[in-house]
Structures are given as structure tokens and as C-alpha cells.
Design a protein. Structure first.
Length: 320
């Protein structure tokens, strides 16, 4: 399958196409975080998005390209939760059925949400990549439409719309810190920054317990590695071709953070923004704390990518 890198025009088109379905989420300045980080800190609250995640933007944009459904129209995709919700929601909006393959042990509330949206959820396998393999097999066997969670330009163009909203409000922030699992959010941020000719530095962050994306970017080739992160939105075991093809030429920096720092950041988000940010989104604040010297005195935007925290992750955060 030929992979096409989305353009800024694709992102602008996506913004128009999905506008009636989504929330234009707040971009909020927090003086209390300024004090902690000695910088001007803004948070893009995708945890306030429909379904509690930025991923819905991509699913809806994908849906606008679907043909008119019939009785056999089924979307099949792998997910650790938020992407699956986005495809289930898009399928419901555009008249399709959906089947979501998930690894065992993901956040039960995300499974419930997908099922409430009408999806058939199949939980099997121990990793995202096992779920991907099973989803591809089912789609191929039955002639269903397979939606790749990483190597799909329509998803990237859709999720990139949150970056477009950021630059609509803040002309030229110094840093944009983005969590990375498969890489749609970070690659989308790079597309928008480059397309608008901004000077903002885009920094990706991933858990040190699941470093495949980081290693792929660092080595400029797709790397597989162990994935042991408790942060399901960051827990991927390899790099993905389309996002990495964008990141290798455009991403300014990429850091790994420890799991305990992510859960501490979740607690800091809760008490300073009065909102729940799931572990993947909290990694951006963890990264900012690790980069305190680098960002001192600068204007920084943190992507709170979602709010679908598991009870176990929240309990772990509150213990710190």
C-alpha cells in the first residue's frame, strides 16, 4: 500500500469537514504551572474532546471519505482504546458497523465506551501488534474495510486539526510537547508547524517502558522493542512507517520519561488544571519537568491528549 504524507491543505480540509462533529477544545494558560516550570505554560485540553480524546478527530475525518454504506459495510481496526472509540463513533455517524480488536487488560471504561457506540469489541492477544495482526486477518477474510491506526493519512490529517487550533490562538509558541504512541499526533503537529512556516519546536515524548517510537526516530529506521508501559496510549512495540517518515525530517526532539514521572504529572495536572488527564497526555507535563532548563522563560504548549484514565492509573498517581 502506497503511503501518502498529508499536507497542510489536507489538514485545513479536515478541519472544515469535522467541525460540526467535534469540540473546539480549550487552550488554557496556567500560572500555577508557570511557577512550577519557570515558563509560560499552556494546555491544549483534548481531554475535553468528545469521547475524551483527540483521536476522534482522525476517525471522523476518515469517515468523511467513506462510500455510502450497505448492510455489509464494516470497519475493522486494532486499538488500545482511544483510537477504537474514534472508529466506533465514526462508524455510527456514517452508518457503518465496527469491530475493534484490543489487547487483553486495557482500560475497561474504554471497552465499555466502544460497545456503547455499537462496536463489537474482541479482546485477545497481549499487545497492540497482535491485535493489529488479528484485525487485518479478519478484514481480509471477510472483505471488511481495515483501518490502520498508524499508517493512514486521513487519520493523521484529522488529528492534526488540534495543532491548527493552537496556532489559530497562539501565533508562535516556543515549544509544542506531544505524546507519542503510534505517532499520529506528533506527526500531525509537525505537518501543521511546517505548513504554516512557524518557528515552534515540536518535541515528542514516550514512556521509557515502551520506547519503540523513540528508537525508530533516533535510528531513522523502524525498530521493534519490548512494550511494558502501563500507559496504554504510549504502549506500542514498534515504530510505524507513515508517522516515522514525517518525524524523521521534522521532529525537533524526542525524549523518554519514566513511568513514575508520568503518574506524578497526572497528579499535578489534576490539582493545577482541575481536570483529569490520562497517563499518555500526562507524559507531556512529565517531559516539561525533565526539560525544565531548556524551556525556562519560554512559551510552551502541552497536549493533554485525553482524559480516559483507568482507575488503576489514577490510584497510582494519587499515591505519589
Amino acid at each position: 500500500m502506497k503511503l501518502t504524507i498529508p499536507t497542510i491543505e489536507n489538514v485545513k480540509s479536515a478541519k472544515k469537514a469535522i467541525k460540526k462533529y467535534i469540540n473546539i477544545t480549550p487552550l488554557t494558560h496556567y500560572p500555577s504551572l508557570d511557577k512550577i516550570l519557570d515558563a509560560e505554560i499552556w494546555v491544549k485540553h483534548e481531554n475535553f474532546q468528545i469521547l475524551g480524546s483527540f483521536k476522534v478527530r482522525g476517525g471522523l475525518n476518515y469517515g468523511t471519505y467513506l462510500k455510502k454504506p450497505d448492510s455489509s459495510s464494516v470497519l475493522v481496526t486494532p486499538s488500545t482504546g482511544n483510537h477504537g472509540q474514534s472508529i466506533a463513533y465514526s462508524a455510527k455517524v456514517f452508518g457503518y458497523k465496527s469491530i475493534i480488536y484490543c489487547p487483553l487488560g486495557i482500560n475497561p471504561s474504554k471497552i465499555e465506551s466502544m460497545e456503547n457506540l455499537g462496536a463489537q469489541v474482541i479482546s485477545e492477544g497481549n499487545s497492540y501488534d497482535e491485535s493489529k495482526y488479528n484485525a487485518q486477518k479478519l478484514a481480509e477474510k471477510n472483505g471488511y474495510t481495515y483501518v490502520d491506526g498508524a499508517n493512514e493519512e486521513k487519520l493523521i490529517a484529522g488529528v492534526a486539526t488540534y495543532s491548527l487550533e493552537i496556532f489559530d490562538k497562539i501565533n508562535d509558541p516556543d515549544f509544542l510537547i506531544v505524546p507519542l504512541g503510534a505517532g499520529s499526533g506528533a506527526s500531525g503537529a509537525c505537518i501543521v508547524r511546517d505548513g504554516l512556516n512557524k518557528n515552534t519546536k515540536v518535541i515528542a515524548v514516550q514512556s521509557s517502558a515502551s520506547p519503540a517510537g523513540y528508537l525508530s526516530w533516533k535510528e531513522k529506521q523502524l525498530i521493534e522493542s519490548q512494550s511494558n508501559s502501563k500507559c496504554e496510549g504510549l504502549a506500542t512495540g514498534k515504530g510505524y512507517e507513515l508517522p516515522q517518515s514525517i518525524l524523521k525530517n521534522s521532529l525537533d526532539d524526542f525524549i523518554l520519561v519514566e513511568e513514575k514521572d508520568i503518574f506524578l504529572a497526572m497528579k499535578l495536572f489534576l490539582f493545577n488544571t482541575k481536570s483529569l488527564v490520562e497517563s499518555a497526555g500526562s507524559s507531556t507535563l512529565a517531559a516539561a519537568l525533565n526539560l525544565k532548563k531548556k524551556i525556562k522563560g519560554k512559551k510552551v504548549v502541552l497536549i493533554a491528549s485525553g482524559g480516559n484514565a483507568s482507575a488503576n492509573n489514577l490510584i497510582e498517581a494519587l499515591k505519589l
